[in-house]
Design a protein around this ligand. Structure first.
Ligand SMILES: [Zn+2]
Length: 301
């Protein structure tokens, strides 16, 4: 009897405590947009409201608009020779996040010379309409349609000095000069421009010079390799790749490339550059019987 009474008492006090907690426990019941996408209004269950800060990216607006350009590529006057031997870039810290642009998948096509053309970025497979997210905080520099190349493209400038390019989009969402936060959806994947199927062309440039995006991201796992990167001058070559030693990258960057003109033959090139047809074939992974196309880039040394 005494025991039952105690249990009842305990149950009673527990339920009254619960009621008290329920009374004071305020939940947010709705969130409203404001004119500023980094500020939202939250409405609480007790009919009060408040502004919430969505974390505006920290961007030095005076600096980020230096060498701003209305065309797809900026820094047109900067030559590779003018760049320092090494450039330190901070990719992420306590103030700046990062995001992988799409769901991580195997790369379709690498940073390389492909069918005689420089492919200055990497191709990542996606479905038309997939969200494409900006990799780092920044300001959208260019939203364009480039019919013979990138298709619908967005170029974002980042406070760390990099620019990222997102090409072949089916739809662009971000606007020029818009401040964007890492992970924000800036467009939807597609196959516009020079494209044979849905994919994202992702390109990274520093001072207008492209380098292998695999130096930043492990595209298979979707991870950033490190929070900082030291960009070496020899990285800014289409022949310099992630995974090469510095010696290999330097040698690759020092290669001499010949753009095929009418009348050129492999024998003629070998003679002109003091090498042999078989060496040229090895460097380019081609057969000596290959038909050379005008405009094609052939490594000669
Ligand atoms: Zn591409």
């Amino acid at each position: 009897m005494k025991h039952t009474f105690l249990v009842t008492l305990l149950l009673l006090s527990a339920s009254s405590l619960f009621a008290q907690v329920q009374d004071t426990y305020i939940t947010s019941i709705d969130t409203l947009d404001t004119d500023d996408k980094f500020v939202k209004i939250v409405i609480y269950s007790n009919k009060t409201w408040d502004y919430i800060d969505m974390g505006r990216p920290v961007i030095d607006e005076e600096k980020i608009f230096d060498d701003w350009s209305e065309s797809i590529h900026a820094y047109r006057d900067v030559k590779l020779a003018d760049l320092p031997e090494e450039i330190d870039i901070c990719l992420t810290d306590s103030l700046h996040g990062w995001s992988y642009p799409i769901l991580p998948q195997k790369i379709n096509s690498k940073y390389m010379v492909r069918r005689g053309r420089e492919h200055n970025g990497i191709d990542l497979p996606l479905q038309v309409g997939d969200s494409v997210k900006v990799a780092f905080d920044g300001v959208v520099r260019k939203v364009a349609y480039d019919r013979g190349g990138y298709g619908n493209v967005i170029v974002v400038r980042h406070p760390n000095g990099l620019e990222t390019y997102y090409g072949h989009l089916s739809k662009t969402i971000a606007q020029e000069k818009e401040v964007v936060k890492a992970g924000e959806v800036i467009g939807l994947g597609g196959s516009t421009g020079r494209s044979t199927g849905p994919h994202l062309h992702f390109e990274i440039r520093c001072q207008g010079q492209s380098f292998d995006p695999e130096r930043l991201f492990d595209f298979t796992s979707g991870q950033l390799r490190d929070s900082i990167i030291v960009l070496k001058k020899h990285y800014f070559s289409i022949y310099s790749h992630y995974g090469q030693t510095d010696e290999e990258s330097k040698a690759a960057a020092g290669r001499i490339v010949h753009v095929i003109k009418s009348g050129d033959t492999l024998g003629g090139l070998a003679k002109k550059y003091g090498t042999t047809v078989s060496k040229i074939c090895n460097l380019n992974g081609i057969s000596s019987k290959k038909v050379l196309r005008i405009g094609e880039r052939i490594i000669v040394r």
